[in-house]
Write a protein that binds this ligand. Structure first.
Ligand code: GDG
Length: 460
């Protein structure tokens, strides 16, 4: 067993804080931050990350009892490491290559340099034998770099996005360096079993890992444990919101303001080409045409949260989504009653859960997604056990949520037929499926996930 006094050092691309309008730091909202905060406070420790704007270095400071350790990035770092290698090379490659990844040696050099800076900072603040937990695709070289500097610490790594099949990963010119970087950890964990197995295959092929069991790879005279640790949500937090008077009122208002359509369908995503928003809208358009439905029968609410707006591919995705919204409304809306309501902004948690409560059908249809928390949030919010979840078979969540209506998010006709089925599903079937989904999602929340990851890291 490990030493219970070991502190925890979290290393992630972003610090879990942001500056409010008055120039005061505040904790950013989000499941990961709220899950890790109690562990950091309980054990003591620190969070190492980028403060979020180029050229800014606030150094070390405390917010809500957690030590924040800033890793500054210059504008060039932000271009090469962040927009470039992380988001235009790794992000599309790891999401099944749904857009062509770009390979540039200058971006790679920046990625190496920034990963070295993160590893150096973590090495300088970790105490003897501490637990260091590194997060996500931006920091895959950190485990091996940190091990070289500090062989005494225990290193865990969690990938929030998918790990691609070896056929796809092998395109990456830096495939050996990435797998060797990850193999520097004691524990490498993924959202699904498939991701973990994909990594093990690439680690054997390109990283020099050996051993018959994908859960225990041998590398450099050490054992590297590989596993699936599907992330959960703050179940109690969503339950509290979903049962609050304010959120019920918001849900009721939403139904009234849309003119009480017979059915309301919902989509909630960051506006990202991996989320399949355009194909989903085409499926909705097909249903309206084929079934001759009007806005009194069914309406669609799409909340699209702005994301990576400086990147041309994201601008193109936005244009395509907005073109489709305009086209569908042009053909199907009546004055004062659109067929599609489209919000390009983020909304408050109360409005988000209000939308979950108001929606008869939730469409979560990414072309590829590590997990997808929105699917789990919808299920937990449906406290009356009605509602239908349509879920992409390419979202990590589908490994756990088999009672959803699973679809191929590339297949417009199949999604349209499934949407019709969802709109017509009787209450008994809705309840049977929703009860089963709720059992799965409530059985392990994001706090359990963090505890499980950490206890795996503590085991020698
Ligand atoms: C990455 C992986 C993996 C969305 N709109 C609003 C809002 N949200 C919140 C949701 C949810 C979160 O943002 C989005 O999480 P997802 O899991 O759906 O997707 P990514 O952002 O791509 O996350 C993913 C995740 O990491 C965790 O490991 O599941 O696969 O890609 O929590 O509720 N929140 C508020 N207003 C909004 O308008 N307040």
């Amino acid at each position: 067993m490990g030493n219970p006094d070991r502190r925890l050092v979290v290393v992630a691309n972003r610090l879990p804080v942001q500056m409010d309008e008055a120039g005061q730091w505040e904790t950013s909202p989000g499941g990961l931050v709220s899950a890790l905060a109690p562990l950091l406070k309980g054990r003591g420790g620190a969070w190492v990350g980028w403060p979020g704007s180029a050229g800014f270095d606030p150094g070390e400071f405390q917010v809500d009892g957690i030590d924040q350790v800033a890793v500054p990035l210059s504008a060039e770092d932000e271009d090469g490491f962040y927009h470039g290698f992380s988001n235009a090379t790794l992000w599309p490659l790891y999401h099944d290559g749904v857009r062509p990844p770009e390979f540039h040696r200058t971006w790679w050099a920046s990625y190496v340099e920034v990963n070295r800076r993160f590893a150096g900072k973590a090495a300088s603040i970790a105490g003897r034998g501490d637990l260091v937990w590194v997060h996500d695709y931006q920091l895959q070289l950190v485990p091996a770099m940190l091990r070289a500097l500090r062989p005494d610490v225990r290193i865990g790594f969690f990938l929030h996005i998918p790990f691609p099949p070896v056929e796809l990963f092998s395109r990456l010119p830096w495939r050996s360096a990435i797998t060797e970087g990850l193999l520097g950890a004691d524990v490498v964990a993924f959202q699904t079993r498939k991701d973990a197995q994909n990594f093990a295959a690439s680690a054997r092929r390109f990283g020099g890992a050996t051993g018959p069991d994908w859960r225990r790879l041998s590398h450099d005279g050490r054992v590297v444990r590989v596993d699936r640790m599907p992330i959960g949500i703050d179940v109690a937090g969503f339950h509290a919101l979903a049962t609050s008077d304010e959120v019920r009122r918001i849900a009721g208002d939403l139904r009234r303001h849309t003119g009480n359509p017979r059915k309301l369908v919902l989509g909630v995503d960051r506006l990202d080409y991996t989320k399949g928003i355009d194909v989903r809208l085409r499926a909705f358009q097909t249903v309206l045409e084929r079934e001759s439905l009007g806005p009194e029968d069914v309406q669609f609410l799409q909340i699209a949260v702005p994301s990576r707006e400086a990147v041309p591919l994201y601008q193109e995705t936005r244009e395509e989504v907005e073109r489709l919204v305009g086209q569908i409304n042009g053909e199907n809306a009546r004055a004062g009653r659109p067929a599609v309501h489209y919000l390009y902004r983020s909304v408050d948690p109360e409005d988000l859960v209000g939308a979950y409560l108001a929606a008869d059908v939730m469409m979560v249809t990414p072309l590829r997604d590590g997990m997808n928390l929105v699917a789990k949030e919808y299920v937990v919010s449906r406290v009356d056990e009605t509602g239908v979840l349509i879920l992409s078979e390419f979202a990590g969540a589908s490994e756990q949520l088999g009672q959803a209506l699973l679809v191929n998010p590339h297949d417009v006709d199949q999604m349209a037929a499934t949407l019709v089925r969802a709109l017509e599903m009787d209450e008994a079937e809705q309840r049977r499926r929703m009860r089963a989904l709720r059992r799965v999602v409530t059985s392990s929340d994001v706090f359990d996930w963090a505890e499980k990851c950490l206890s795996m890291l503590v085991e020698e």
